[in-house]
Each structure stands twice: as structure tokens, then as C-alpha cells.
Ligand binder design. Structure first.
Ligand SMILES: Nc1ncnc2c1ncn2[C@@H]1O[C@H](COP(=O)(O)OP(=O)(O)O)[C@@H](O)[C@H]1O
Ligand SMILES: [Mg+2]
Length: 300
């Protein structure tokens, strides 16, 4: 099964590597660690995460995207990249985190995940310490670290989401996507996590539909879960996303003047416009929460 998937990936990979290897200097004092997640799979998390990363990078911020979707890791495929290492080498071979970072387009950096992420579930104290030191290194390098997680409330997804200070929830207007994201918020709150929740509504017809989806979720969350959600914006349903996926290029670069690119840019600007002044939002805290999650929550 794995071999077939790997062969397919190799076939899909481009032979010409046109990605620039420019490096963007960090410009803010803190590092914002944001998990991009959803209740239901296939709602557009990975496409959103990559395009948001590029938008932030184009605005001059240094951005790292970590592919933390164990089962369906595919950032490399969407970007036509060839990552040689995954986060697993940091855990199993004591490698430096900087050794597993791959160059992506427009100056963004990527850490591939894949099956290596299973190692994170088996961390002993020594490897936790090593990982912590390595993750803290990232704080001197990046303004933003976006963690593209899997969907739902599995142990792995919940641990990444719970550890990140800011969480971007992606949903489509489909009722199933909405009820699943509501379940995710409920699971976070039941476990006592109080991360900042932000919503992006993907694949909408127009702004009216996006607003109605946001209102439904935010009213239910505030009424039944005492949880506030910030409206980050929306992305229209567009064939250009599908074309970009087929081309293995991010839509924001392929169609920079499209409404979907403008939507992502305005989301990036909104994020930059609401900086968090919280000293607990660093990697020291992230890894503490990540480990704590496994110690206390074996039920997922
Ligand atoms: N705004 C959109 N318009 C049209 N199709 C979209 C849009 N966003 C996502 N898709 C489709 O959904 C598929 C899955 O997107 P992906 O980002 O891989 O989802 P996830 O990471 O949530 O599983 C894409 O390959 C694309 O075909
Ligand atoms: Mg994905």
C-alpha cells in the first residue's frame, strides 16, 4: 500500500525544480504557531495553509509549514517537492531541525511529516528534550509556523491542535463539515483547551453564504460551548483551485489576480493586523502542552 503510494508520488513529482531558494529573515520578536485544522477531511486545509504561507511570505514574513497529517500528508505533492527528510529524523536520528527543512516556493519552508509522525507518539524523555531544543531553534528563524493537521479528533490531530496557541478552523458550507467542526471545538473545550479559534469558510458561492456559515457556527459555539470564534474570511469555490492542484503549483502564484488569491491575501493581512501579545505562545509551551496531552488524554 505504502509502496504504491510512494511510486505514485514519484511519478507525480516534477523533474525540473523551479522553486526559488531565497531565505526571508525573521522580522517579529515572537513566533506565531498556528494549527490549520478541520472536523471533516478534504475541505481544503492543505491548499489554504500553503497559499496563506505564501501570502505571508510575500508580505515579508518568514514562514514554515509543518505537514502534520499522518495519513494523508501531501504538501510535497501539492508543491511538486522532493523532501529528503521528515520530522522523524529529528526524533530517531537526533538530527537538527534545520536539517529537515525543505525549500518551498516564494521563500516558504516546509517540514514533511508522513509516517514519521508516528514517532512523535512514542516520545521518551530524552527525545522530548531533544525535540524541544530543536523546536525552540525555530523561534529564532520564523515569524509564523503553520501546522497543517489531519481532520477530526484523533489523538494526533488533537495533540497538535491543543498545543497550538492559535487554531484556524477550515469548513465548507456543507452541514456535515459544520457539525464535524463543532464536534472538534466541543472536544477541545471538554479537554480544557482554550486556544484562540478562527474560522475560514472555504468553497462558498458568495460572501453572503460565508457570513451565514460563520454565524451558524459562532452562535452555536457561544451559546452551547461558551466559545468565541473570530471570522477570518472565506474563499470561493473555484475551478482555479483544482487547476492549481493539477499543476502542482499554489493558486496564489498561478492566479495572483483571482478572487481566491485576493481572499487569501486579505486573510493574511487580517492575521498580521491582530498580533498576539502572549509570552506563552512559544514552542517551549507548545511542546509542554503536546506532551501533557498524551500524559492526560489517552482516550482519543
Ligand atoms: N476553494 C476551492 N474551490 C474548489 N475546489 C477546492 C477548493 N478548496 C479545495 N478544493 C478541492 O478540494 C480538494 C482537497 O483539498 P485539500 O486542501 O487537499 O483538503 P484537506 O487538506 O482539507 O484534505 C482539492 O484538491 C480541490 O480539488
Ligand atoms: Mg490536507
Amino acid at each position: 500500500m505504502y509502496d504504491q503510494a510512494e511510486k505514485l508520488r514519484q511519478l507525480l513529482r516534477k523533474t525540473d525544480n523551479t522553486h526559488q531558494e531565497n531565505t526571508i529573515e525573521k522580522r517579529t520578536n515572537n513566533t506565531r504557531i498556528m494549527a490549520v485544522t478541520s472536523g471533516k477531511g478534504g475541505v481544503g486545509k492543505t491548499n489554504f495553509a500553503i497559499n496563506l504561507a505564501i501570502s505571508l511570505s510575500n508580505l515579508g514574513y518568514s514562514v514554515l509549514v509543518i505537514d502534520a497529517d499522518i495519513g494523508l500528508a501531501n504538501i510535497d505533492v501539492l508543491l511538486g517537492l522532493f523532501p529528503k527528510e521528515t520530522i522523524s529524523s529529528v526524533l530517531t536520528q537526533n538530527k537538527k531541525i534545520t536539517d529537515v527543512i525543505t525549500d518551498g516556493p516564494n521563500g516558504i519552508k516546509i517540514i514533511a511529516g508522513g509516517s514519521g509522525l508516528y514517532d512523535m507518539l512514542q516520545l521518551n524523555n530524552d527525545s522530548i528534550e531533544h525535540l524541544k531544543k530543536q523546536l525552540i531553534e525555530l523561534e529564532s528563524l520564523f515569524d509564523f509556523v503553520l501546522i497543517d493537521t489531519g481532520a477530526g479528533i484523533s489523538e494526533m490531530v488533537m495533540s497538535f491542535v491543543a498545543a497550538a496557541h492559535e487554531v484556524i478552523l477550515v469548513t465548507t458550507p456543507e452541514p456535515t463539515s459544520l457539525t464535524d467542526v463543532y464536534t472538534l471545538i466541543k472536544a477541545l473545550r471538554i479537554k480544557g483547551h482554550n486556544n484562540m479559534l478562527k474560522l475560514v469558510v472555504n468553497r462558498v458561492e458568495n460572501s453572503k453564504e460565508a457570513l451565514s456559515v460563520f454565524e451558524k457556527l459562532s452562535i452555536a459555539s457561544s451559546k452551547f460551548l461558551s466559545t468565541k470564534i473570530e471570522n477570518l474570511g472565506y474563499i470561493q469555490n473555484s475551478k482555479q483551485v483544482v487547476e492549481a492542484v493539477k499543476n502542482q503549483h499554489p493558486f496564489i502564484s498561478l492566479y495572483p489576480n483571482s478572487s481566491i488569491a485576493k481572499s487569501v491575501n486579505s486573510i493574511a493581512i487580517k492575521i498580521i493586523g491582530s498580533p498576539i501579545e502572549d509570552e506563552n505562545s512559544n514552542f517551549q509551551n507548545f511542546i509542554g502542552k503536546f506532551k501533557g496531552f498524551f500524559a492526560n488524554n489517552k482516550t482519543y
